[in-house]
Each structure stands twice: as structure tokens, then as C-alpha cells.
Write a protein that binds this ligand. Structure first.
Ligand SMILES: [Zn+2]
Length: 484
């Protein structure tokens, strides 16, 4: 089956960079792109007239938690824990997480992937679905959605635990536990390599620098090299983590990753705002600092700005990391799984961090969700529209009230476009969003399910909160109820 898309603005790739083709075409044959250019004269089975639209490579999201994140919504906004430097990790998030059942998490995973697709996001580096719902269901949920997903076991050989009030420490679980968990992760990565018709990209995903010892990190690096798979880890995620790394090793989280050798072109570091030189840490860089280490190693940072902007914090900055030579991609992390929203906030918080309009430009942000995201996964056949690349394509309407007037569609994509402006989304040549609707999902039914399961979660909060607070005590409603 061949499909041709005619659009007013087609982002072609010339082998070195994106180039804008005015009134161009993209032709897909099966799973791959056959042709990109001004015109195409041969037969095509189906033509899609995307008049007034921007046709771009499918957007790549390098860090998200599909199975648990939706529960953050309507709950964690405007709240944090002050003694934990405003983070909800270790307290409110744990109370929520422990109140969710495996059945809820399957609903959430389906919902998150649907949200991703609706925002034009075709590839996700997902973390946490396997521990939440198991390998088989994870494959089924990803397969049913049609999205391209990078997936692996999330594991470690330590537990970062509360030992007293706001004192947290890592309890190491021993070499055997680490070896067994790494073994399971490796077995998954080998067994399911190229599953779902190639849509599944297997990975090794140690959960956090706090729960992965240096010896385990070394073994992960060796296995990742042997398997030729990408690796993900949380590091530079919160102040407590940064401080605990200094206490344990006398090194920053990035310094520890450099010592173990896990810091390499295979690695995508989730969040990574807490690096030497960040104003919140009062820990100046020496020499090129943490950014210099990341750049020298060729590792990727997943900039996930929304979840931190909500806590009053930001990475310093998207542009500064790029200037230091770091491959910066973008991830959504938590709800909403809306890559367009994340791109906009990434641009704005970069400008705010640098006090500079020229920071976080639309072009920088666009490259981060296309070419740089593909580099994070070690893939030259994603993130670009070029003959031979995989047919992952997003079409955004530039004629809606959100997106007119349009002179520069990349600026409009980053600054103005909304999820509702995403008209078509294709993965592997398969159309998953048509005329703005998900082809494989009953959207109304899914929304009802998410509401139903989450109401039950909120009721269970007191059972799992460290001080037995109710949902309304942890997160008071924005407006008090009517009456006395
Ligand atoms: Zn995360």
C-alpha cells in the first residue's frame, strides 16, 4: 500500500539538516518513506490532501511514565513538600503510586499512549510499564496503540528509603539481587528485540542513579554494548538525590555516571536539571562541569520541563546545554502526555532561565523532538522525512484559529499549535490519527474509564500517605465547597 501526502509545508531532510519544502509531497510505501520532494508523478494508492498543513517527522518523546502518570493530574499541581525542596517524590507521589492497582495502570498506559499520539508523538521512550503490568500486557498495550515504543525493565540494586522524618538513604540490596534483575532486563531485551513488527525497541532502564550501584552501572553498560540497545536512567532529578550522591561518593550524579562509564552515547538521562552550576544547588562547576562530562561522553539529556515548571524550577537551560555540546531531547514525563505543550514550555523556560529571547528557539526545540530524539535511540531512520526512513509522520493543520496567521510553521508549531490541530499521525505507514480522531481508540469510553479508576485511587490515599492524610488534605481543592 502506498500513501502520498500533499502539504503546504513539508519538512524534508537533506542528509544534514531539516529543510522546508513549500507545497511538497511525501510518499510512503509500506513502512518506509519512498519519496520527499516538490512533486511525485507515479501512481499512489491513496492521496491525502493536507492543504494548509505542516507535514513533519513524527515527534519523539524520550522520557515518560505511561502507566502511572495520569494520576498526577488534578492532584499534584500547586503542591509539593517543602523539606524535600518542593518535590513530591518520596511522599505525595508515593501515596498516589501505592494507591493504584495493576488494572488501573493498564487503563492509564492505554490513556497515556493515546494522549501521546493525539499530540503528534509517534515514538516514546517509556519507563515503568513492565513493573506495573508485566511484559505481556505491556506488549499488548503498545501493540494495540500502534505507537513506536522503546521499552525495558526498570530496575536497580538499591531502594532509596525514608530512614527518619526527611532523611532518606539508599539501602543496597546486594550483588545477587542486582544480577537477577539485570538478567531479567537483558532477557526481555533479547527476547523482544524487533517485536511488534519492529515497533518495539528494547532498552535497559535502570530506574535511578540513587538505586543503581556503580558496579551494577558497569554491568549495565557492558550488556547494553553487547545487545546494542539504548539505556535510560533518572539522574539530576531532585535536590535530595544530588546531595545524597555527594554524601555517598563525593561526586555529582553526573560525576558518578562518568565514573561508572554508563555515561555514553547509549544513555538518555531523565531530567538532568540538577547539575553543577545550577542556581538552586549552590554547587559551582569546576572546569567544563557536569555539562562538559555529558557532552564529552556523547550522552543525551531528556529535558522534561513541565513537571519541574510546576514546582517552580527549571533546567538552566535547553540552549545552554546545546551550546555545551549536549544532545538535548524532550520528554513529557507525567501527565499531560502532550509533546506540543512540553515543547512550548521547554522553549519558554529556556528563555526565562537565560533572561534571553534568543534562548530555546523554535528551531532548537523542533530538532530536539526529531533528530536529537532519534540520536538518543541510536536511530538514523527516525526523526526525519527522507527516502528509506521509517514512515512516522505527523500532519498539523496551520489553518485553524490557533495556528493562523502562518508564515513560519515551525514557530507556530512550538508557540501556538494545540493537540486539536494535529490532523494525521502515521507510524510505520499505518494511520493512527485521522482528521484529528484516534483510529483505534474509543476516546469517550477511555476518558470515562480513566475518571472512574482515578476516583477510586483518590479514596485510597489515606491508606498509603505517611501521615494518613486524605486526598483533600494533601491537595486541597482550588475552590472551597459551597455552604458552611
Ligand atoms: Zn521520570
Amino acid at each position: 500500500m502506498s500513501i502520498g501526502i500533499r502539504g503546504n509545508f513539508v519538512v524534508g531532510y537533506d542528509g544534514a539538516e531539516h529543510r522546508m519544502i513549500r507545497d511538497g509531497v511525501v510518499v510512503v510505501e509500506g513502512k518506509r518513506i519512498k519519496h520527499v520532494g516538490k512533486s511525485y508523478d507515479d501512481h499512489v494508492d491513496r492521496w491525502i490532501d493536507a492543504a494548509g498543513c505542516l507535514v513533519t517527522p513524527g515527534l519523539i518523546n524520550t522520557h515518560l511514565h505511561a502507566a502511572t502518570a495520569p494520576v498526577d493530574k488534578s492532584f499534584l499541581e500547586d503542591i509539593g513538600v517543602r523539606p524535600l525542596y518542593g518535590s513530591n517524590l518520596g511522599e505525595n507521589l508515593d501515596a498516589l503510586g501505592d494507591s493504584i492497582t495493576a488494572a488501573d495502570m493498564e487503563v492509564y498506559a492505554r490513556y497515556s499512549l493515546a494522549e501521546c499520539l493525539k499530540s503528534g508523538n509517534t515514538t516514546v521512550f517509556e519507563l515503568g510499564m513492565i513493573p506495573a503490568i508485566g511484559e505481556e500486557k505491556t506488549l499488548r498495550v503498545i501493540g494495540d496503540s500502534g505507537i513506536r515504543a522503546c521499552e525495558g525493565h526498570v530496575f536497580g540494586d538499591g531502594a532509596f528509603e525514608r530512614v527518619d522524618k526527611y532523611d532518606f538513604k539508599t539501602r543496597w540490596l546486594g550483588e545477587e539481587v542486582g544480577a537477577e534483575r539485570l538478567g531479567n532486563a537483558v532477557a526481555f531485551a533479547e527476547k523482544y528485540r524487533g517485536a511488534l513488527g519492529g515497533r518495539l525497541i528494547t532498552a535497559l532502564s535502570p530506574s535511578s542513579i540513587l538505586s543503581s550501584s556503580i558496579p551494577l552501572q558497569r554491568k549495565i553498560k557492558a550488556e547494553a554494548d553487547r545487545l546494542d540497545v539504548p539505556v535510560s536512567i533518572h539522574a539530576g532529578e531532585w535536590v535530595l538525590e544530588f546531595q545524597n550522591m555527594l554524601r555517598m561518593y563525593g561526586k555529582t550524579p553526573i560525576g558518578v555516571l562518568a565514573e561508572s562509564g554508563l555515561l555514553s552515547p547509549r544513555l538518555t538521562i531523565g531530567h538532568c536539571w540538577a547539575v553543577s552550576g545550577h542556581p538552586l544547588l549552590a554547587y559551582p562547576s569546576t572546569g567544563a562541569g557536569d555539562l562538559g562530562l555529558i557532552a564529552a561522553a556523547g550522552a543525551t539529556v531528556s529535558h522534561d520541563p513541565v513537571v519541574f515548571a510546576k514546582r517552580g524550577n527549571r533546567m538552566h537551560s535547553h540552549s545552554a546545554y546545546l551550546k555545551a555540546g549536549v544532545n538535548v531531547s524532550i520528554g513529557t514525563d507525567t501527565a499531560p502526555q502532550d509533546i506540543l505543550n512540553e515543547m512550548r514550555i521547554a522553549s519558554y523556560v529556556s528563555k526565562l532561565a537565560d533572561w534571553d529571547y534568543a534562548s530555546g528557539t523554535s528551531r532548537e526545540i523542533f530538532d530536539s523532538v526529531t533528530l536529537r530524539g532519534a540520536r538518543a535511540l541510536g536511530r538514523k531512520d527516525l526523526g526525519r522525512l527522507a527516502p528509506g526512513a521509517l514512515a512516522d509522520i505527523t500532519v498539523i493543520d496551520m489553518t485553524t484559529l490557533n495556528t493562523v496567521p502562518c508564515r513560519d510553521p515551525i514557530r507556530n508549531l512550538v508557540n501556538s499549535a494545540q493537540r486539536g490541530d494535529v490532523k494525521y499521525v502515521m507510524v510505520d505507514g499505518e494511520m493512527l490519527v485521522e482528521e484529528g480522531r484516534l483510529v483505534k481508540v474509543d476516546e469517550r469510553k477511555l476518558a470515562e474509564e480513566v475518571q472512574r479508576v482515578t476516583e477510586a485511587v483518590w479514596r485510597k490515599i489515606p491508606e498509603h500517605h505517611p501521615t494518613k492524610k486524605t486526598a483533600d488534605e494533601v491537595s486541597p481543592p482550588s475552590i472551597r465547597g459551597w455552604g458552611p
